[in-house]
Design a protein around this ligand. Structure first.
Ligand code: SF4
Length: 325
């Protein structure tokens, strides 16, 4: 056990100030990921800054869409009436996301910040460039069944583990951030990053910043949506491949479409070329198969995850078919 100090704060400013004075500290909310990492020795923050008392627990409908505070727990988002009625893709992804116990603890901010479940990252006896820069990547030549087929580098082939984030990427959400220099916001699809040469950095959050919440612009993705998650067992498993599909139809024609995948990249993977192809097309399985082929351009597997090259396009087609009804 490595000793750490503990502070509870009750304002965003205090949280930022305490972190500035303790740069090796870490914010903690639900703790569903951080505590595991600490127990395994993957991370050892000098101080835990408990942010559970911050006033970031509101779900509010705004003039332009929906605002969700960073400390709203996942089950409260999933069960919220407005989310169920107007943002059902998000509710569906959250429900697929973990056990009920975890959803009752995990917060929106923590879900966004959760780290990869690459087993080499979690095993401190193994090389891992993400955990220890320059040590190598155990997964590249190792057992890489869960790993990326898009956007990987020769330094890291890990995947982002969240389901909620795949839906938020598809819905064009924005992450709201507070920090020592004030507030800023960033498009959800630009928040997480690809590994490149610096896989230790999962996202574009700057030192000392905290996630305040997310907003989702109003949309018409109500009826024709589907979140497909393919996993090893029906409960509490991370996605091998997942697809968030949202269609706005005019008769049988695709008026608007959003597609994002999970389990395939270091970040939520938005399928923008496939979306462009589908817009204005008539709904049909053949069209969806063509869209999936477009989406798979540039995919690369690493041995044990070769099956994803077939599973992913099949999942895209299946999710679109289900969304189209
Ligand atoms: Fe580490 Fe990334 Fe390689 Fe996994 S894939 S061992 S997280 S560097």
């Amino acid at each position: 056990m490595i000793n750490f100090e503990y502070t509870r704060v009750s304002s965003v400013k205090a949280a930022i100030d305490v972190l500035a004075k303790n740069p090796t500290g870490s914010f903690i909310a639900g703790g569903t990921n951080l505590i595991d990492l600490m127990k395994r020795g993957v991370t050892a923050p000098s101080r835990l800054i408990d942010i559970n008392n911050l006033p970031l627990k509101q779900i509010e409908e705004t003039k332009t869409g929906l605002s969700i505070g960073a400390l709203v727990i996942n089950s409260d988002v999933e069960e919220n009436d407005i989310v169920q009625k107007k943002y059902p893709l998000l509710a569906m992804a959250l429900k697929a996301g973990a056990s009920a116990q975890l959803r009752n603890m995990a917060t929106v901010g923590g879900n966004i910040m959760q780290r990869t479940r690459c087993t080499y990252f979690h095993d401190t006896a193994m090389p891992c460039n993400k955990r220890e820069p320059g040590s190598g990547c155990g997964a590249l030549q190792g057992y890489n069944r869960m790993h990326a087929i898009f956007g990987a580098s020769d330094k890291c082939i890990a995947v982002h583990p969240s389901d909620m984030c795949i839906a938020l990427a598809a819905l064009d959400a924005t992450v709201h951030i507070s920090g020592p220099k004030g507030e800023r916001k960033i498009l959800f699809t630009n928040f997480h990053r690809l590994p490149g040469d610096t896989p230790g950095k999962d996202n574009t959050l700057l030192k000392g910043e905290i996630i305040a919440g997310v907003t989702i612009p109003e949309n018409n993705f109500i009826k024709n949506i589907y979140y497909l998650k393919i996993r090893d067992r029906a409960s509490y498993a991370f996605a091998l491949v997942s697809v968030a599909a949202a269609l706005e139809l005019s008769g049988e024609t695709v008026k608007n479409v959003r597609l994002a995948m999970g389990g395939v990249a270091h970040k939520p993977w938005r399928l923008t070329e496939a979306e462009k192809f589908l817009t204005g097309k008539r709904v049909s399985k053949e069209t969806f198969i063509q869209a999936a082929e477009i989406a798979m351009k540039g995919a690369k597997a690493y041995g044990h995850n070769n099956f994803k090259l077939k599973m992913a396009p099949a999942a895209i087609v299946e999710a679109l078919m289900k969304a189209a009804g």
